[in-house]
Ligand binder design. Sequence first.
Ligand code: NPQ
Ligand code: MG
Length: 373
Amino acid sequence: MIITSVRLHRLSIPLVAPFTTSFGTEHTKEALIVEIGADTAAGAVTGWGECVAMEEPLYSPEYVDGCAEVIRRWLVPALVGAEGLVAETVAHHLRHVVGHPMAKAAVEMAVLDAQLRAGGQSFAQYLGGVRATVPSGVSVGIQESIEQTLRVVDGYLTEGYVRIKLKIAPGWDIELVRAVRRMFGDDIPLQVDANAAYTLVDSPTLRRLDEFDLLLLEQPLAEGDLRQHAELASRLRTPICLDESVTSATSAADAISLGAAQVINIKPGRVGGYLEAVRIHDLARAHGVAVWCGGMVETGLGRSANAALASLPGFVLPGDISASARFYAVDITEPVEMVDGQVAVDTAPGAGRAPLPEVMARFRVGECEVFAR
Ligand code: NPQ
Ligand code: MG
């Protein structure tokens, strides 16, 4: 294909409730959507990509307005002149730019979406999906009280979510998990996510989680602490799952080799795109390491693409792929639905759904034409 136009859309979308993690509270989703126009053998097509970077660099070094700048100044100029551009060569054309996986992933997703729309193939078909639906888990933010958390968890279980993930932080961990287990029993699939809030000094506290039979403990230590995660894993029975630490197939291989990750949370944005996400899936599967698809509070665009990824055979644990309604009263695409604990994998060409212009207009806080031929 040849890229004929690139437009960035900055949106601020209200959340149904504030979402609090160990690193902060979000009231809105600060979204960045990449729209690419391309000429292909099948004619002119539009491709859509979603950048998952947050408003502030608290989860990872990237942040949404920084991503827009990197896309505008360095990524798009490196692609517009490329002859015979395909999604499979986007990462190669962008390799001179150090880091910025979330910015790169957004651009690659838009190119892939355009390519698959032109070719009439869905994300799931292209990526190698084997399931028509994926089990739907939900991530529960830090609440005002344990009682409030129990009410929120009860609501999600009643809705049908098949797995609960509790956000934890120092001082908001053992008694929380104990209360949830006491109220809902030992049979509900339950896991916790620390978003890097602990250090190895906390291992006696974290070891107390072992009595609650959790599916996993997600990212207890800092992003760069692979060796420390391996040490912690040797002290705990609960499997360690890495999120922030896995930024590429290379770091996934390091984590597996070191014994730092018994499970891996794959987020396409964090690792530079859906193609690298599939490579991590393949690597983990070859090593017998379970993976599941994480979430970054995506709009329906990224949410649908994540469901497609999660339909690959190595995704053996429920992901953070909840319904649009978990976060949004109004999504910018047709909402992703959860029915009987499952999210359907879209079968339409490309990412399955596209942003609705009138809804984007409602939430738009910025727009930039990066390139037009
Ligand atoms: C995680 N996500 O697994 C994250 C981090 C996270 C679903 O738990 C706005 C945008 C708020 C992205 C809060 C879930 C967010 C966000 C948390 C991502 O670690
Ligand atoms: Mg996480």
